[in-house]
Design a protein around this ligand. Structure first.
Ligand code: 13P
Length: 288
């Protein structure tokens, strides 16, 4: 059964570790992440962007697939199904479809509008027992071939949004989605420290988990991050393994073209990445 991310993140914050949000793209991704979480006894959050939701055939298809796998694979560790960077409309669609958690990303809106819409969604999700992630200070990435350095959130704005009673808060601390540029300045621990001082027990979320050096991730967890999002790194691992298989000509041997064989190395690549991240975040064994 899907659960809200609230309790698992409060436990993580109190225990000084983080739960991984791993974004899913298809059946192979979902199965790989769930199997690793169960094997390693780790709570887990499955992230679904609006684009990935559309790709997989819509939110109800995603809910059906995830619930089916939890049931058929006897997954007993806590699993949250979470909308990643959702618009206001997408939040309602996912709530209706059966997601157990949503992120409303109003970071690009004027602050007052972000505040008003987040307030409304706090009430709705609380009534339904779902978790809600809000965002302050947008988390950049590549735009028109230019990779930004990543914005830093205003700690007082973070406090205002946290005080609404959201379950977890994403705040820009110089992090970006996708690969980091060579000249990236690193995470701003000064900003994180100031946000943590203002928001107390609120589980903080670190987006753009791909490519942040391990020591910086650990330091961020020590300073109050309780959820780390990873997407690109699983995609890179999947692509590299499938490339190796094809370049070795294995798809041309026997029934090597069968998708169950062709995609198996990619799936193993995702599993290895997820295990590595769970070890780094400290979530292994926390669902026992
Ligand atoms: P990466 O793709 O950089 O790992 O970021 C994932 C993320 O933050 C999803 O919200």
């Amino acid at each position: 059964m899907l659960v809200s991310a609230k309790e698992m993140l409060q436990k993580a914050k109190a225990g000084h570790y983080a739960v991984g949000q791993f974004n899913i793209n298809n059946l192979e991704w979902t199965k790989a992440i769930l199997e690793v979480a169960q094997e390693k006894k780790s709570p887990v959050i499955l992230g679904v962007s609006e684009g990935a939701g559309k790709y997989m055939g819509g939110y109800t298809t995603v809910v059906g697939m995830v619930n089916g796998l939890i049931n058929e694979l006897n997954i007993t560790v806590p699993v949250a199904l979470h909308l990643d960077h959702g618009s206001y409309d997408a939040c309602y669609k996912c709530i209706k479809a059966g997601f157990s958690s949503v992120m409303f990303d109003g970071s690009h809106l004027p602050f007052d509008e972000n505040l008003a819409k987040t307030t409304e969604l706090v009430n709705v999700t609380n009534q339904l027992g779902l978790s809600l992630e809000a965002e302050v200070g947008s988390i950049g990435g590549e735009e028109d071939g230019v990779i930004g350095q990543g914005e830093c959130a205003d700690p007082m704005e973070c406090k205002t949004i946290a005080d609404l009673g959201v379950s977890m808060l994403a705040a820009g601390i110089g992090n970006i989605h996708g690969k980091y540029p060579e000249n990236w300045a690193g995470l701003s621990f000064e900003t994180l420290d100031a946000i943590q001082a203002q928001t107390g027990d609120m589980p903080l979320v670190l987006h753009g988990g791909t490519g942040i050096p391990a020591d910086q991730v650990k330091k961020a967890i020590n300073l109050g991050v309780a959820k780390v999002n990873v997407n690109t790194e699983c995609q890179l691992a999947f692509a590299a393994e499938v490339r190796k298989y094809i370049e070795a000509g294995k798809d041309l041997e026997g029934k090597g073209f069968d998708p169950r064989k062709l995609l198996a190395p990619g799936t193993a690549g995702i599993k290895a990445t997820v295990i590595e991240k769970m070890e780094l975040f400290g979530s292994i064994g926390k669902a026992e």
